[in-house]
Design a protein around this ligand. Structure first.
Ligand SMILES: Cc1cc2nc3c(=O)[nH]c(=O)nc-3n(C[C@H](O)[C@H](O)[C@H](O)COP(=O)(O)OP(=O)(O)OC[C@H]3O[C@@H](n4cnc5c(N)ncnc54)[C@H](O)[C@@H]3O)c2cc1C
Length: 408
């Protein structure tokens, strides 16, 4: 265990893919957890995503994100098989990668990847159920955290175990603990006001419709009909997916960078209609039928991204009243003992959360657990270290200031 004392109890804030993954990983390592969620149920934020795609992140050359995704994908797949064994809430499939031709109007398939279509909330419920089987998990839904405060003055070089108090928006104490894990996606920024993490919201909209009866066909995961294979261009068309609320098709999603507004927009629906026209012209009738009947469903969620679009995983930087000196090295940025985070999963929550939940749990325990597939290589651990964020934010501020000075 780390130098934070022997208490194996943590408060986890946010019950999306990130919070549920770390709750599960810590429970398997013998920790008790208080899981606090603002929404009335688990998976109330982006992880409420009705149709999620788990697939490789393709790049011309390996990047930290493509390598993280390649390591994370088999972990998620193993979790789906283990915790949702009857396939409820997910199925394996192929995904056809497409490129645009003829000025972008038509597309052609270049190759296929192994993929899964997943309801993230099903995996989250299964993780929490398993965590409750092995450990004590207290769930507080409908409870918005307003602040996290140190109970005693923080000494980063002390070996003692400082305590943190978690307060609601009326400043009433919800609970206190030596370990707090912030998994509140973009809203984490408001909980850590003096520890600039450079978090950005990216709202996105997908459009769905119930599969009409004449097209209904139970998904056979071993022998997928060519017309049932999802297609990917700038978004994904999923022609058929059995959700707990019935079979649906889905198209999207859009990217509204810097936007955390969850209201559906007409222009985003039109964007999805255009993508569908290019990816699957044969499905346009179905779109029109739903559009005329007013039964198209738009789902909007807010992704959370960091400045370099990589996740933030580990001990969080110590809040400081003045900005961090941009000339510092990452290792010189002090961390707040006992305060951890798993956030900025961007569009890759399904590929990354299970692996990174284990990585963070191992960090908090100070040792690797038998379940952890393989340690991340040191350069990837550096790439996801939250201490880089205040430095990137400070350097970005310097660059902006320099540009402004040059133009005036
Ligand atoms: C349109 C769209 C399409 C996407 N498609 C895919 C896809 O195909 N594949 C994929 O892998 N990913 C996809 N994603 C991304 C994926 O949804 C996210 O990466 C993932 O859900 C992030 O999980 P999270 O736990 O970090 O955040 P969230 O799920 O947002 O969880 C954060 C939780 O914290 C809670 N919270 C916030 N503030 C507080 C507070 N003060 N107190 C208590 N609780 C709080 C929220 O209510 C929320 O439940 C998509 C996202 C969008 C928006």
């Amino acid at each position: 265990m780390s130098d934070l004392g022997a208490e194996r109890h943590a408060v986890v804030i946010g019950a999306g893919l990130a919070g549920a993954a770390v709750t599960h990983a810590l429970a398997l390592r013998g920790w008790s957890i208080t899981l606090i969620e603002r929404g009335e149920r688990l998976a109330s934020g982006a992880s409420d995503l009705p149709v999620g795609v788990l697939s490789p992140h393709r790049t011309a050359q390996p990047t930290p994100m493509s390598r993280l995704t390649a390591l994370g994908l088999p972990v998620t797949k193993a979790h789906l098989q283990q915790y949702l064994p009857d396939g409820r809430g997910w199925h394996a499939t192929q995904i056809a990668n497409c490129v645009a031709a003829d000025g972008g109007d038509t597309v052609s398939v270049v190759d296929h990847d192994d993929a899964c279509i997943v309801v993230p909330a099903a995996l989250i419920a299964a993780w929490i159920g398993d965590a409750q089987r092995v450990s004590q998990i207290t769930i507080r839904t409908g409870c918005a955290v307003g602040a996290i405060e140190a109970l005693t003055p923080l000494q980063t070089d002390s070996v003692g175990a400082p305590r943190w108090r978690v307060l609601d928006r009326d400043r009433a104490t919800i609970c206190d603990a030596t370990h707090v894990v912030v998994c509140a996606a973009f809203d984490s920024a408001a909980l850590l006001p003096n520890a600039p993490l450079g978090l950005r919201p990216v709202a996105g909209q997908m459009t769905m419709g119930a599969v009409v009866t004449r097209h209904k066909q139970k998904q056979d995961t071993t022998n997928v009909e060519p017309t049932q294979i999802p297609k990917r261009l700038s978004g994904v068309f999923v022609p058929y997916f059995d959700t707990p609320r019935g079979a649906v098709w889905s198209i999207g999603a859009t990217y509204r960078r810097g936007d955390d507004d969850c209201r559906p927009r007409t222009e985003d629906r039109e964007h999805n209609a255009d993508l569908l026209r290019r990816l699957a012209p044969e499905a346009r009738d179905e779109w029109e039928t739903h559009a005329n009947a007013g039964t198209l469903i738009d789902w909007v969620g807010v992704r959370c991204a960091s400045i370099d679009r990589l996740p933030l995983v580990g001990a969080l930087p110590l809040a400081t009243p003045s900005p961090v000196d941009p000339s510092l090295r990452r290792a010189q940025v002090k961390t707040a003992p006992g305060l951890f985070g798993l956030m900025a999963l961007g569009s890759r929550g399904l590929s990354l959360a299970p692996l990174l939940g284990m990585v963070l749990a191992d960090q908090m325990c100070g040792e690797a657990h038998a379940d952890t597939p393989a340690l991340l290589p040191p350069d990837l651990m550096d790439a996801i270290d939250p201490r880089r964020a205040p430095l990137q934010e400070a350097r970005q501020a310097v660059r902006k200031m320099t540009r402004r000075t040059r133009t005036t």
